[in-house]
Design a binder for this molecule. Structure first.
Ligand code: IPD
Ligand code: CA
Ligand code: CA
Ligand code: CA
Length: 265
C-alpha cells in the first residue's frame, strides 16, 4: 500500500523545485504560442515544467500513470492504479502577462479516488495541499471547514466573459447567479480559485469548461474539507473528460445546481 503522506512530501518537494525553475524562466524571455485562439496560450515553460514532472514520476515510480495538459505522456485510457494528473502551469495567461497568480496543480489518484492534492501558487508562495483522511493545509496551517453562507452573503468566482456569451445555454443562469450573490471575483486560474473555495476565501467557483488537470489537485482539497464539486447537472467530475464545474460548500453547491445551473434551469 502506498504511503500517501510520503508521496505527498515527494510531490511537494518536486513542486518547489519546479517552481524555482519557473521563477528563473520568468526572469528571461520565453517563447509563447497561441493554441486554439488568443486566450489559449502555452509557453516553453509550461512544456518544460510538465516534462520535469513526467521524468521524475517515470524515474521514481515507473508503475504510475501520468496525465498532463501539454501532452507529454500518452493519453489516459482509464484511472486504474495510481495516476498523477498535472497542470504544470494553471493560469498561463496570468503567467505570461501578469507574472503573478499562476499555480502548479497535482492530483494523485488511486483507482479514481483522490489521495494527494497540491495547488501551489508560485509567486505568492502558497502551498495548498491535502492528503485524504489526514487533512488539508495552506503552507503549514491546517484548514478548518468554514460555515455555509446564504447566496446573498457569498462571493462567487467565475470568468466574466461567460456572462457575455448570451448564446451559451448557461449564460442566463449565470447572470441570475451573479445578481443573487454578494459579489463576484475572477482570478484567471481555476486551480487557485478552487483552492480558495477549499480555504474558505471564496464560497463558490463556477466554470463552463474545465479539463481534469484544472481540478484534479483542488478536488482532493475540496473533498477533504467535505465540500462538493460536480458538473452543472450534479454529476461527479470525470478524470478522463472535462466539462462544466461548480464547486462550493455542500448546501450552497446543491442550491446553485438545483436553482441556477442544473438542467431544469
Ligand atoms: C485555464 C485557467 C483559466 C480557466 C481556463 C483554463 P490554463 O488553464 O485555469 O482560469 O478559465 O478554462 O483552461 O490553460 O491556464 O492552464
Ligand atoms: Ca492551457
Ligand atoms: Ca489549467
Ligand atoms: Ca496549464
Amino acid at each position: 500500500m502506498a504511503d500517501w503522506n510520503e508521496l505527498g512530501k515527494v510531490a511537494r518537494n518536486w513542486t518547489y523545485e519546479a517552481a524555482e525553475q519557473i521563477k528563473e524562466a520568468l526572469a528571461n524571455p520565453f517563447k509563447v504560442e497561441a493554441k486554439s485562439g488568443p486566450d489559449d496560450l502555452v509557453t516553453e515553460v509550461d512544456k518544460n515544467t510538465e516534462a520535469f514532472f513526467y521524468n521524475k514520476v517515470r524515474e521514481t515510480f515507473p508503475e504510475h500513470s501520468f496525465l498532463g495538459e501539454e501532452g507529454t505522456a500518452e493519453k489516459l485510457e482509464n484511472t486504474d492504479g495510481i495516476t498523477w494528473i498535472i497542470d504544470p502551469i494553471d493560469g498561463t495567461m496570468n503567467f505570461v502577462q501578469q507574472k503573478i497568480k499562476f499555480a502548479i496543480s497535482i492530483g494523485i489518484y488511486e483507482d479514481g479516488v483522490g489521495k494527494v492534492g497540491i495547488v501551489y501558487d508560485v509567486m505568492a508562495d502558497e502551498m495548498f495541499y491535502a492528503v485524504k483522511g489526514v487533512g488539508a493545509y495552506v503552507n503549514e496551517v491546517e484548514l478548518v471547514a468554514g460555515k455555509e453562507r446564504p447566496l446573498n452573503e457569498s462571493i462567487i468566482s467565475l470568468n466574466a466573459r461567460w456572462l457575455t456569451e448570451t448564446d451559451h445555454p448557461h449564460a442566463n443562469p449565470l447572470l441570475a447567479l451573479v445578481r443573487d450573490s454578494r459579489s463576484v471575483r475572477s482570478y484567471g486560474a481555476a486551480a487557485i480559485e478552487l483552492a480558495y473555495v477549499a480555504a474558505d476565501r471564496l464560497d463558490a467557483y463556477v466554470s463552463v469548461n474545465l479539463s481534469p488537470w484544472d481540478y484534479a489537485g483542488a478536488q482532493v482539497l475540496l473533498e477533504e474539507m467535505g465540500y462538493r464539486a460536480t458538473s452543472f447537472s450534479g454529476e461527479t467530475l470525470s478524470l478522463l473528460n472535462g466539462g462544466t464545474v461548480i464547486a462550493a460548500k455542500p448546501a450552497l453547491q446543491r442550491e446553485i445546481v438545483s436553482a441556477y445551473v442544473g438542467e431544469e434551469n
